[in-house]
Design a binder for this molecule. Structure first.
Ligand SMILES: [Zn+2]
Length: 210
């Protein structure tokens, strides 16, 4: 949950329990997504026997990038997220569970990319091919993927995903990505199952947003 200024009003991000894939099939209803409690003032969303404390406040379009599942072709989807208004005046934007505030890629896409780079040791260009829906390559994109570099920097700073151990400063970018990917994988399905670290990091990254 993080606040950011938009159109002059303070908007607070609240992660819903529904992911991008299901959200794409149908926008979850107001009653499904209504926050149980306002993270700003503590007001109950739907108090028993009382008026609604948090009411629907319209839809807003938001873009999500990345593969829909591990190893699937990356794509861009446009979803409508639901906004709510609390009695305290706070605007609450309820978003799919893998939303990273102020970033267009899903947390799953980031987990996937970190594992491909840090564990599978793929080149940055190959990681981009398997993560980014864009086929337009900017300056330096022939040998590098600046987005991946920024993710690793943010992981090192502890500002991208929650619940990960920090890396020692002498770690290389690949080592920092590897540690983050293993941390995300540990949140995913148990290691006894057949899934690769990258698949488990993809799935575990959803839980790193809470
Ligand atoms: Zn409130």
């Amino acid at each position: 949950m993080k606040g950011n200024e938009r159109n002059g009003a303070l908007q607070t991000i609240v992660h819903g329990k529904v992911g991008v894939k299901l959200w794409l099939l149908a926008i979850p209803g107001v009653d499904v997504l209504r926050p149980g409690i306002c993270p700003v003032c503590g007001q109950a969303g739907c108090p028993t026997g009382g008026d609604l404390g948090i009411v629907g406040h319209g839809l807003r379009e938001r873009q999500f990038r990345g593969p829909p599942g591990p190893g699937q072709v990356p794509r861009v989807v446009l979803l409508h997220i639901r906004r709510f208004l609390c009695k305290c005046g706070a605007v609450l934007a309820v978003v799919p569970c893998e939303t990273i505030p102020r970033r267009l890629y899903t947390s799953s896409a980031v987990g996937w990319a970190l594992a491909l780079f840090g564990v599978q040791r793929l080149s940055a260009v190959e990681v981009r091919r398997q993560t980014s829906p864009s086929r337009i390559i900017g300056a330096g994109g022939i040998t590098d993927w600046p987005t991946l570099r920024r993710w690793v920097q943010a992981i090192r700073a502890g500002t991208l995903l929650c619940g990960l151990r920090t890396s020692p400063s002498e770690f290389t970018a690949r080592q920092a990505a590897e540690r983050a990917a293993l941390g995300l994988a540990s949140l995913g399905p148990p290691p006894s199952c057949e899934a690769s670290v990258a698949t488990r990091a993809f799935q575990g990254a959803v839980l790193a947003m809470r």
